[in-house]
Design a protein around this ligand. Sequence first.
Ligand SMILES: [Fe+2]
Length: 310
Amino acid sequence: MPLTIKPILPGFGAEVSGADLTKPLSEALRHEILDVQHEWGVTVWRNTGLDDESHIAFSRMFGHLELAPRPRPSRHRHREIFDASNLDAEGAIIDTEATRLIKKGDRIWHTDSSYMEKRSAYSLLLAHEVPPDGGQTWFADTRTAYEDLPQSMKDRLEGLVGENSYWWSRKQAGFAITEEEIDARPSARHPLVHVHQGSRRKALYIAAHTRDIVGMPREEGRKLLAELTAHATQPKYVFAVTWGVGDLTIWDNLCTMHRGGDFDVARDRRDMRRTTVREGAPPSEPDDPFADLYAAGAAPLSQPAPARPS
Ligand SMILES: [Fe+2]
């Protein structure tokens, strides 16, 4: 067993070493990495030496890679790279109100792409340039959080479905969008509790994109969602990764929530790049769901919609 596993919390998150991710991996090692990922939910690989090409090549072992939308000029040739930086196409810091709000949205607990019909399983975030203190990303364990709920709450959650909207999470970050405008845009329904296939453990599937609970009065649904999020983000379920250049963190969106840490968006350069792996089997035909979603959500707003999904 070549991999070295250093747990971060007793049952959640691990620093992993012992594999050169820039090189093709043996079948046995790929299985081992998947097993580790299923067990720990979040894995942190330090100083990987990955570049865009090897980042993409390594990510493919987890499944089908989503294509990032290209609403503005991009620094990246590869559609598989989601730009999570605060930099423009020329590499200069973008200092606009919209960027500040996007970063504010990143700091709210969320689950990548839960507003999509086709859910994302893994996000693989690679640090190319980090703020002076490294910057942080926080993770929460939604499997243990679910298991620790009282049976009465588990019974209450049985069969409940969340309505998820990208624009709802942007509204929470401060974007000027009305409930009616959100109603007119696409949303996606997913169960609040599901079985995490890699571990066969149940997990909560909630957070900032979850706007309502289907069939429940709005106020009651939002109160329950807030209660669940507060429960799942107690200190005993969360930890932070402090980044260094070359570090890769892989998280499984189907058993975690995450949020960005604070940094000075207007002053500190932060170049983070993400690949995103779709849940389940690869599509039989090429598709571009993020571009479709933004095209469908292109109705005028009081303020422009942000350019990058999270
Ligand atoms: Fe995210």
